[in-house]
Ligand binder design. Structure first.
Ligand code: ADP
Length: 262
């Protein structure tokens, strides 16, 4: 029953993904098509043609952005997990972000001592953290406090969690990105990690950031949890397994093999 449920969820995610791609691509093609038609009609007016050509270039750039992210999304089986030191990882992420987020965002790092190494693909994890931080900056309109945090979490049988991260029992490192931004209303929170769900203006958001973060966490043998309060801020937490021999052997190689969610 568990496997069937996981399969059904996978098919649903794929269906959403395909629907979203079709929708986004249709918009891009529509723009290219009407641009080209107008260029044909207005060929005599150089200024108009230049303007239309720019519109076509912009539309195709949006198209490639979608395919790039889609490629990254489908390249799930190529994760190369290795033991990582969360403290060093967050410090190097802070360094990257200090150059990219702008002066208005204060970046804090809080790490527990004695953290066990976690098991994940370093490059992909950094990409996910930078994406989460970019969302945080957007939510804060470029000014506020962003906190990167690492702590250890142990899930034991019979334990009650105060939120629904449906994971297998074991040891995890929880990496979180918190902001003091606008937060999400209930409907946005429920849909936030759906592929292609975005509340941003066309061309500004692809709606794949959180979907990719969730896919990455689940395929790494962990999970993702989003907590948010409108007007106060958002915390996105990645739960990643602690690197030990069992975890290395048991790491899920395919989309459907990640621990299932209820
Ligand atoms: P995108 O950023 O391209 O819209 P995401 O999947 O990263 O795609 O996010 C989906 C939506 O979730 C965003 O459009 C936004 O409404 C909401 N969201 C994501 N991160 C945050 C955050 N830190 N604070 C408030 N809302 C957020």
């Amino acid at each position: 029953a568990q496997a069937r449920l996981a399969h059904a969820q996978r098919m649903e995610a794929l269906g959403q993904l395909a629907g979203g791609v079709a929708h986004d691509f249709n918009n891009v093609l529509q723009a290219v098509r009407s641009g080209a038609a107008l260029i044909r009609r207005r060929a005599a007016d150089a200024d108009v043609v230049r303007h239309l050509a720019r519109m076509v270039t912009d539309a195709t750039a949006r198209g490639s952005a979608v395919t790039q992210r889609l490629l990254a999304f489908s390249r799930r089986s190529e994760l190369r997990a290795e033991p990582l030191d969360a403290v060093r990882l967050l410090e190097s992420t802070q360094e990257i972000l200090s150059h990219t987020l702008g002066a208005g965002v204060e970046i804090r790092v809080e790490t527990a001592c004695d953290l066990a190494p976690l098991l994940a693909d370093k490059g992909q994890l950094e990409t996910v953290l930078v994406n989460l931080a970019t969302n945080a900056r957007d939510a804060m309109n470029g000014a506020g406090t962003l906190t990167l945090k690492a702590q250890s979490e142990v899930l034991a049988r019979g334990m009650k969690l105060d939120h629904p991260v449906n994971l297998e029992f074991g040891s995890y490192v929880r990496l979180s990105v918190s902001d003091t931004g606008c937060g999400m209303d209930a409907e946005t929170l429920v849909r936030a990690s759906e592929p292609f769900f975005t509340t941003k203006e066309p061309g500004k958001g692809t709606g794949l950031g959180l979907a990719m973060a969730r896919g990455f966490a689940e395929q790494s043998g962990g999970g993702l949890h989003i907590g948010s309060e409108p007007g106060r801020g958002t915390t996105v937490a990645l739960w990643l397994p602690v690197a030990n021999v069992d975890a290395v052997v048991g790491i899920a190689p395919a989309l459907g093999d990640a621990p299932s969610r209820a």
